[in-house]
Design a protein around this ligand. Structure first.
Ligand code: ADE
Length: 280
């Protein structure tokens, strides 16, 4: 077959447990774009058994993608089916596999990624915050999905230490669950954590197949950062990715040279829970 293939020419097996009729899915704006994939916002009518419409995120391939990229998206979908549901991960809601391009329908997180969220809600006391109340009106420049910025003029709540510990706790809960399902993320970073309603954090992109043989140490993230800066040494130098290498993304106390000395996610959940329920 040719290297570039029209995605709709694939015949995928029907999985009635997950198949969602594509005519009940209305695609909207682009949310994000990776090297090969595309994520767009959508409205799914009746995806939760009632007839209501639910805002969803839809993963699909870009035009001119390769067979390998198609296989990676299929693998990601199957991985999400196997992993099962948890509050602190982006859950699979359904998929459109028949008579058209593959759409993987997942939960939509209305407040974007944690990295941008943290930057636009800087806590007081940080060198960037200069007002004395927690509630403060701001005109934050929030990057939109096309890479440019839009002015957002709404009341923004500055984050408290308790909020931050709660976020760490939720990330640890999500990662604890993924680790319990033998899933290793390999790219845990704030940009891969999404902020849903009511400050619920959800780990995203845990089902991605990452080609670790051809890992490019110099490849920057979309905003020009080098992910190597928060990679565990054994993942960086020896390509040893484990649940322990995922933990390294989290914080100072976890930065032990020897992976065996780092806490696991269960431990982090316990520790963060203790902090949350005590003094804060
Ligand atoms: N960008 C990429 N995936 C997303 C999702 N599930 N929700 C919101 N924005 C996203």
């Amino acid at each position: 077959s040719s290297e570039f293939t029209d995605v709709s020419e694939y015949d995928l097996p029907l999985d009635t447990k997950w198949e969602f009729p594509r005519e009940r899915l209305v695609l909207g704006d682009r949310l994000g774009e990776g090297a090969f994939g595309l994520v767009v916002k959508g409205e799914a009518f009746g995806i939760f058994k009632d007839n209501n419409s639910v805002t969803v995120a839809v993963k699909m391939l870009k035009e001119g993608s390769t067979d390998r990229e198609m296989m990676d998206l299929i693998r990601e979908m199957e991985m999400m089916k196997l992993i099962g549901k948890h509050k602190n991960i982006i859950n699979l809601l359904g998929c459109c596999t028949q008579r058209g391009p593959l759409y993987v329908v997942v939960e939509f997180a209305p407040n974007g990624n944690l990295r941008d969220y943290l930057k636009s809600h800087r806590p007081l006391g940080s060198s960037f915050a200069c007002v004395s109340e927690y509630e403060r009106p701001t005109v934050a420049m929030v990057p939109n999905n096309s890479g440019s910025s839009i002015a957002e003029t709404k009341e923004q709540k500055a984050l408290t230490p308790k909020d931050l510990i709660s976020y760490a706790y939720q990330v640890a809960r999500g990662m604890e669950y993924l680790a319990s399902r033998q899933c290793i993320h390999r790219d845990l970073a704030a940009r891969n954590v999404l902020v849903a309603e009511e400050y619920v954090l959800k780990i995203a992109d845990f089902g991605l197949t990452r080609n670790l043989q051809q890992f490019d140490y110099y490849k920057k993230t979309t905003d020009g950062r080098l992910p190597v800066k928060w990679m565990a040494p054994e993942a960086l130098f020896d390509r040893k990715y484990t649940s322990k290498s995922d933990v390294y993304a989290i914080m100072h106390s976890c930065w032990q040279e020897d992976p065996n000395n780092r806490p696991d996610f269960n431990r982090l959940v316990q520790e963060l829970d203790k902090i949350l329920t005590s003094s804060l």
